[in-house]
Design a binder for this molecule. Sequence first.
Ligand code: DHB
Ligand code: FE
Length: 279
Amino acid sequence: MAKLIAGMGTSHVPGLGAAMDNGKTQEAYWKRLFEGLEPLRQWHEANTPDVNIIVYNDHATEFSLDNYSTFTVGVGESFKPADEGWGPRQVPEMRGHPELAWHLIESVMADEFDLAVNASMDLDHGFTVPLSVAYGQPPEWPAAVVPVCVNVIQHPLPTALRCYKLGQAIGKAVASYPHDITVGIWGTGGLSHQLGGERVGVVNPEFDQLFLDNLTKDPLANTRLSHTDFMREAGCEGVEMIMWNVMRGALGDSVEEVFRLYHIPVSATAYGAIILENR
Ligand code: DHB
Ligand code: FE
């Protein structure tokens, strides 16, 4: 049977991808952050699963605001990096895992989540930046992926609790996949940030750190936050953090935090990353 080995949470700030793509990681602005990411990368090198289920959001790149599903699972054989206006990032295409993706869809739909299914979506910085954070700049990505896109863009959004429950259903789906593969699950986006409006530049370390603490100490506390709580405390785009609840919901009751990094600023945001091993 498949085994869910761990969960990772990471922000997906596009500037991180640009820093790597343009050889700037040793510059003063980025150096300390990328040094801080070294142990995360070592962990990933030592613990590469066969497949990563990557819970991410599209930024109205692939999906138009005219037609935005709440949850979309990618069943393609491969996925291209999206063109976000200045050409696609020069990173490898992402190899899909249609068999696990379809199993996940059937299992999660049987648990009464109505998913959209997409065979050809291009993946924007919300997806490619976390891959680069974990794996650097390899000629090919070391693991296949199953993309799970969550609408955190066009209100009404799924609740923080709904996201956690989706994660639980994904965890159950992985546990019933009848092949001996290892699987990781990633929650992406956040942490506190607001990119426009009167409160542009909001960051809130107390809120972010409590959210990170709760992933091990009291994960259900993070499901009781409303969208208004997220937006008030962590800025409008901070609501991306609900995707970390999908990751946490997929893991078991007992997890061990083996890595955490929190760094301000990255662009106008608070950068956060965590790795939780399933015990
Ligand atoms: C930025 C964009 C994002 O999608 C995000 O989540 C954080 C930061 C940015 O453009 O800086
Ligand atoms: Fe974003």
